[in-house]
Design a protein around this ligand. Structure first.
Ligand code: NDP
Length: 311
């Protein structure tokens, strides 16, 4: 049984590197890379990060597409994805903790007025501002899955008031939980920071629009580490221009890489990073080798995506 690695994202991870790690875990596996795939009929498992529509059709005996990350919207968007092909993702606390660190870093940047101090340094100005207190600051975490829970916990541990929002009701110590469409305005109402860790699904795509930005607190910062297609970026810029919210920190955008002429690059209230908030896979790589073994033995796979739900 052949596993083909075709990540298509060499700046982040090279096919050969992942192949070496997987062979270390499973020396007898038949693992090939995108530059040397051999007979495509032999490929039963495909490991990707980027994925293009119709890609699965190149492999007539494909049984599973294994994403090297948590978000699988690029695969599920493929209208030609054969029904028999299962989709698995990775669930990684390593990336989740990095995303929690990312969100906390930007929150602390604002709490301690670091942007203002940097700006006033360019003018040789000496003005001081009181730090905002964590206990008097509310962080709303949208999406309370594997990663959202780690993000919420990081803010609880740092003394913030934390509320969370998910599809199904939750009871999480230290976190005020809201669920469902009706619960969202309440979760947003008091938030000084809104951190989105939502997957891209038919329900979440485009949800951050002009209507929803009216529910934001005008002092709120929006931090998006989920997926860019959840945000109507024109509405976001208008909402920022109209002071419906104070700023946005975007790690994910609707088009990546963001085109050089996109107005978000120069918007004074937007900070951008190139989809790096969750970077390392850590031990989650073991699950790729384990899924290979399970597929070979006809056992149920780890971290299968619910294709109906979209995550
Ligand atoms: P999970 O599937 O574990 O959790 C998803 C969470 O979102 C769940 O709490 C779920 O609710 C909630 N949710 C889904 N749909 C809705 C909805 N319509 N309304 C309210 N809540 C909803 O995913 P992960 O935590 O592992 O990952 C989340 C996302 O993070 C990924 O899909 C990916 O897009 C993004 N990501 C980004 C990275 C980056 O570097 N920027 C890196 C890794 C992931 P419920 O619990 O009720 O099911």
């Amino acid at each position: 049984m052949t596993l083909l690695i075709d990540i298509k994202h060499p700046q982040w991870m090279k096919d050969d590197e992942l192949r070496a790690e997987l062979l270390h875990l499973y020396p007898e596996a038949d693992i090939r890379t995108g530059d040397c795939p051999g007979n495509l009929h032999e490929v039963e498992m495909l490991t990707v990060s980027s994925y293009f529509p119709g890609e699965a059709l190149q492999y007539p005996n494909l049984k599973v597409i294994q994403k090297t990350g948590a978000g699988v919207n690029n695969i599920l968007a493929d209208r030609e994805l054969p029904k028999a092909v299962q989709v698995a993702r990775l669930q990684t606390d390593t990336s989740g903790n990095e995303m929690a660190e990312y969100a906390l870093a930007f929150v602390l940047q604002e709490q301690r007025h670091l942007r203002q101090y940097h700006e006033q340094q360019t003018r040789s100005e000496w003005n001081s501002y009181p730090p905002c207190k964590a206990a008097e600051t509310t962080v709303a975490v949208l999406g309370l899955g594997r990663i959202g829970l780690l993000v919420a916990q990081r803010f609880v541990d740092n003394g913030f008031e934390v509320v969370g929002w998910s599809r199904s009701p939750k009871d999480i110590p230290g976190v005020g939980c809201y669920a469902g469409a009706d619960g969202l305005p309440a979760a947003l109402k008091t938030a000084d920071y809104v951190v989105s860790v939502l997957p891209s699904t038919p329900q979440t795509r485009g949800m951050f629009n002009a209507g929803l930005f009216k529910s934001f607190n005008s002092r709120a910062f929006f931090i998006n580490v989920g997926r860019g297609d959840q945000v109507n970026e024109t509405d976001l810029m208008q909402a920022l221009d109209n002071d419906l919210l104070a700023g946005a920190i975007l790690d994910v955008m609707s088009i990546e890489p963001l085109p050089a002429d996109d107005p978000m690059w120069l918007h004074p209230k937007i900070q951008l990073t190139p989809h790096i908030s969750g970077y390392h896979l850590g031990d989650a790589i073991i699950d790729i080798a384990e899924n290979y073994r399970r597929l070979q033995n006809g056992e149920p796979l780890l971290n299968l995506v619910d294709l109906e739900r979209g995550y």
